[in-house]
Design a protein around this ligand. Structure first.
Ligand code: B3K
Ligand code: ZN
Length: 864
């Protein structure tokens, strides 16, 4: 490894040395020689006569202080320090940058033919020398100069001037009246199609809405626009928050490291999170687009108007904004299904992160590369922490807290403590112990023991908290624990404690707590941690019969799904030991019967039913084992699926036929398609002529949800017809790279010994490009995630494939490389052989002389 990159610590936070009064930026765009002029007024806070600015990969062209050339400065590869400065001065810096060669997609870069920027977290320093930290806020005026072949020259705020220049050039000037940190700066220049609309705010102001997409994609923009308008309305109604500028712009680009970015008034989006029509996008894509458009819009208040003091506070804006986007999706769609989605992400990804070498609190205290901390812990667990506060305070008090937070901090850069203080002061609920959630590491667990005393008519529940072993905070947390007790008929019993009726949510604050429920005349079935009321693991010895009772009767959809997950996990533990003893694997008939009954009744939400009968993924089931039993798990999943397919064959067929969908996008049609696809997935495993017909008709339909459902079913069942079907898809969709990503993702799940070779071959497919994060994630990300059989091959070829890619990506795009390394982070959870194989890939990376900080931080942690 090269010289060790330096870590930053939360405890070392120091206020900035200077304040920036205003910033004027001028960009003279050129693919390899863009000139950036930054003129700013600096004001020393306290007595400072030197100023250290951040700057990376910049060519310094000129530097002036108060209009005069200045040479009292020193630079390193990441800083520029000016000395002997007056207290107040104007600084003009000209730098030269090369967008075309910027493959890291951070700072100013070219995506297709368009210029765009990504500055969060620390990309602004790749544009000009500046105090590139979130607590330096200023007012920006930006002039963009470019070729007239690029009609749109965009930046944040409102357009204030434009005009033509010599040599086929023109310019536009933008002014953003709201003070902002540099990470929210954006610039876009290109030739786009525009979808225009408007929104009238509650107070009657007209806001112009513009969506910029690649030429020819206009017909795929209306869903994102509708989502934006829904988000604007929802934020007014639920959070009392109105938009503030006169224009809101969204630009869709093809090369983007993540989903989207909330730059003030000018969001930049990954085109995959904007473009949709029913021929090219699945119902899930539609849902994702709505939620991401909402998320970025909601940042305008939670993130932009009130921002983070330092990057350790990232969850202040991300946890809160994820909570808000989850609520938005739940208010507009199905609350139960949205909760299931959120919990699946927690279990599958966040619990794994918590258990691995990258485990960190939702407010991390040590960071090498900030981009490595846009994690499921900061985002999703952060959102769960906000949700717990919401549960403890209730909607009304929570909204009072939000109002106070904005009253106190609008226009400021603040900390998570400031947020909790507003919640506490507004609600008068003591959150002192609760705040430990910001520091604790790893997933806490709750051991639950219950007993029933018929004579006393009491049901006693003893709950013991245990912090994760690697948690520095070894003391009890404040945990809202929701519980429901079901009687034999499946009715929810009133919860009576000390003679008084209590609510579902119990406050756990001690290491061990005993709750005695009174007036209970028969042993109930307990629904524990209902609605996933806290991000914890519950250990309780459920019997299969109890879980089946919950599946049938619990009052919340979430709890019924959760019981099905638990039932599968319980069965999986048995299956794994059957496999290890060389016995046949069985799935309980009682569970199959339960599913049969549910499918026959077809009550409630069909999409929920589709989720309920689905065997959990390899990654989800893996979390239930200390050491992941790869072969046994793969084998058991396959056997379970086969058992459901054959045991429920005629019911699945009846269900498939009964699910009529009208091709629309309303919840009913979406749910019907979801259940149809789940049925087909199973049916393909024992396909007869009729099933083949159904597969063929879905595959050739003009609805992408149905097409993909059919393809996935055929591939998973390894039907002979699937290879021709895949080829046909390829030739049909080659012109649409976002659709081809679905094809790459499916290719990556192919079984059989030549799967690996197949992926290496696909690197030369005309649509594939290692520089495009969407393509890489579709093919290799999906391989590592959704093809456990091949990825975890004992000959190590799967690991080698990922290792090879990481070596290349390290040079092309370190952020993407760092995301793709995730599967290796859990190497210690596998058997000795696989541990060795994964470790040697990590060591191979560690030995690289040009290892990026992004990968260094993870490799070092994984190996230590
Ligand atoms: N704030 C951005 C994420 C930036 C990631 C930088 N590596 C998108 C979002 O969370 O809304
Ligand atoms: Zn966000």
């Amino acid at each position: 490894m090269q010289t060790k990159p330096q870590a930053k610590y939360l405890k070392d936070y120091k206020a900035p040395s200077h304040q920036v009064e205003q910033l004027e930026l001028t960009f003279d765009l050129h693919p390899t020689q863009t000139m950036v002029t930054a003129k700013a007024k600096y004001l020393a806070l306290e007595a400072h006569n030197s100023l250290t600015l951040d700057g990376v990969d910049l060519k310094l062209v000129s530097l002036k202080v108060d209009g005069k050339a200045f040479d009292d400065y020193q630079s390193t590869s990441t800083t520029l320090t000016l000395s002997s400065l007056p207290n107040e001065f104007e600084l003009e810096i000209v730098t030269e940058i090369s967008p075309q060669t910027n493959t890291a997609l951070e700072g100013l870069y070219l995506s297709g033919g368009a210029y765009c920027t990504q500055c969060e977290a620390e990309g602004f320093r790749k544009i000009t020398y500046f105090l590139d930290r979130p607590d330096v806020l200023t007012v920006y005026t930006v002039t963009v100069i470019g070729d007239r072949a690029m009609p749109s020259l965009l930046s944040n705020g409102n357009k204030v001037a434009q005009g033509t220049l010599e040599g086929g050039r023109h310019y536009t000037t933008w002014h953003d009246p709201f003070k902002k940190p540099s990470y929210l700066f954006a610039l876009v220049a290109g030739d786009f199609d525009e979808l225009k609309d408007e929104f009238i705010t509650r107070s009657g102001r007209k806001v112009e809405l513009v969506l910029f997409v690649d030429k020819g994609n206009l017909s795929k923009a209306p869903h994102a626009m509708a989502s934006l308008k829904n988000a604007m309305k929802w934020d007014e109604e639920r959070f009392n928050l109105e938009y503030d500028l006169d224009i809101y712009m969204i630009v869709a680009v093809d090369f983007f490291n993540m989903g989207a970015m909330e730059n003030k008034g000018l969001n930049v989006f990954n085109s995959a999170c904007v473009l949709a029509n029913q021929q090219t996008a699945t119902d899930r894509d539609y849902h994702t687009i709505e939620s991401i458009v909402g998320h970025e819009y909601f940042h305008n208040w939670t993130g932009n108007r009130v921002t983070c003091r330092d990057w350790f506070q990232l969850s202040l804006k991300e946890g809160l904004t994820v909570f808000r986007d989850q609520e938005f999706s739940s208010d507009l769609g199905s609350r139960g299904l949205n909760r299931i989605d959120a919990v699946m992400a927690m279990r599958m990804h966040q619990f794994a992160e918590d258990a691995g070498p990258m485990a960190h609190p939702i407010r991390p205290n040590k960071v090498i590369e900030m981009n490595n901390f846009y994690t499921v812990t900061v985002y999703n667990k952060g959102a769960e922490v906000i949700r717990m506060m919401h549960t403890l305070l209730g909607e009304q008090n929570f909204q009072k807290g939000m109002q106070l937070y904005f009253e106190r901090h609008d226009g400021q850069a603040v900390t998570c403590d400031d947020f909790v203080a507003a919640m506490q002061d507004a609600s008068k609920i003591d959150l002192t112990q609760f705040k430990l959630w910001y520091e604790q590491v790893g997933t806490p667990s709750l051991k639950v023991v219950t007993s029933f005393d018929a004579e006393l008519s009491q049901y006693v529940c003893t709950i013991t908290q245990q912090n994760a072993k690697h948690d520095p905070i070894q003391s009890p947390l404040h945990i809202p624990f929701a519980i429901e007790l079901l009687d034999k008929e499946g009715q929810a019993l009133p919860l009576i404690v000390n003679g008084e009726r209590i609510s579902k949510v119990i406050n756990l604050t001690e290491e061990e707590q005993t709750i005695t429920f009174e007036q209970i005349n028969e042993c109930p079935v307990a629904v524990l941690l209902e609605d996933f009321s806290a991000p914890v693991i519950v250990n309780y010895d459920y019997q299969l019969g109890e879980l089946i009772h919950i599946i049938a009767h619990a009052s919340s959809d979430y709890a019924r799904w959760e019981a099905a997950q638990q039932a599968f996990t319980l069965q999986m533990r048995e299956a794994v030991s059957q496999f290890e003893q060389g016995q046949p694997i069985r799935l309980s008939y009682a569970l199959i019967e339960t599913f049969d009954k549910l499918l026959r009744e077809r009550k409630g939400d069909l999409a929920l039913l589709a989720e309920l009968i689905r065997v959990p993924s390899f990654d989800t089931l893996a979390t239930a084992f200390e050491q992941v039993p790869v072969e046994a798990l793969n084998e058991s999943i396959a056997e379970f699926e086969l058992a459901i397919a054959s045991g429920l064959r005629s019911t699945l067929k009846d269900t498939f036929t009964a699910c009529v969908e009208n091709g629309e996008l309303d919840h009913e049609a979406v749910s019907a398609r979801a259940l149809k696809n789940t049925c087909l997935y199973y049916l393909a495993k024992c396909a007869d002529e009729q099933v083949h017909e159904w597969l063929e008709s879905q595959r050739t339909s003009d609805n992408m949800t149905l097409v993909l459902g059919a393809l996935k079913a055929s591939l998973s069942a390894q039907l002979a017809s699937s290879s021709a079907a895949m080829n046909e898809f390829d030739s049909h969709w080659r012109h649409d790279l976002l659709v081809m990503d679905k094809w790459f993702a499916l290719q990556a799940t192919q079984k059989g010994d030549d799967a690996i070779k197949h992926i290496y071959d696909l690197y030369s497919h005309p649509c594939f490009d290692k520089g495009n994060p969407n393509r890489v994630r579709a093919l290799v990300g999906s391989f590592a995630r959704n093809n456990p059989e091949q990825f975890h091959r004992v000959d190590g070829k799967g690991y080698e494939l990922l290792g090879d890619l990481l070596v290349e990506l390290n040079a092309i795009n370190p952020q993407n490389a760092s995301r793709m390394i995730t599967p290796f982070m859990s190497w210690k959870r596998f058997d000795a052989k696989r541990q060795q194989l994964m470790k040697s890939q990590l060591q191979r990376l560690a030995a690289m002389s040009d290892l990026s900080d992004d990968l260094y931080e993870k490799v070092e942690k994984a190996l230590s």
